[in-house]
Design a protein around this ligand. Structure first.
Ligand code: 5GP
Ligand code: ZN
Length: 121
């Protein structure tokens, strides 16, 4: 299967891996959008959040558990952080193997797309 993140799981493409277990793997994003930016992925290939099946529920929840564990380990759990799944084109997904973005290390703007807010609410 021609999937970039499956190739990282298989060890065929290098990555700065910071965590792995039987269900998941985490590595630093190649184009970081915050002082700390990691991607947490299931070892299993799941293309998008729309493709998560009922038997994947534990795995997808596990990705968030890994995120919180890494935030603690890297020292920004108390200050706070953001986790994001992008889905398909409107969500900005570019790699079609689900991945949880973990961003931290600075105050993160919210909402992320202020230019699209037409009316103050
Ligand atoms: P998406 O846009 O699909 O939510 O996020 C894909 C992420 O994967 C992007 O943040 C991008 O920088 C990252 N990325 C793309 N190719 C590679 C790669 O080869 N190695 C690593 N570590 N990250 C990658
Ligand atoms: Zn894959």
């Amino acid at each position: 299967m021609d999937c970039l993140f499956c190739k990282i799981v298989a060890g065929d493409i290098p990555a700065n891996i910071i965590y792995q277990d039987d269900l998941a793997m985490a590595f630093m994003d190649i184009n970081p959008q915050a002082p700390f930016h990691a991607l947490i992925i299931p070892r299993k290939h799941i293309a998008t959040l729309n493709d998560v099946s009922s038997e994947d529920r534990e795995t997808v929840g596990h990705l968030h558990w890994v995120a919180a564990k890494l935030a603690e380990e890297y020292g920004f759990a108390a200050d706070g952080y953001r986790t994001v799944f992008n889905c398909n084109s409107h969500g900005g997904q570019t790699v079609y193997h689900i991945h949880l973005h973990l961003l931290g290390g600075k105050p993160l703007g919210w909402p992320p797309y202020q230019d699209t807010l037409k009316v103050p609410v």
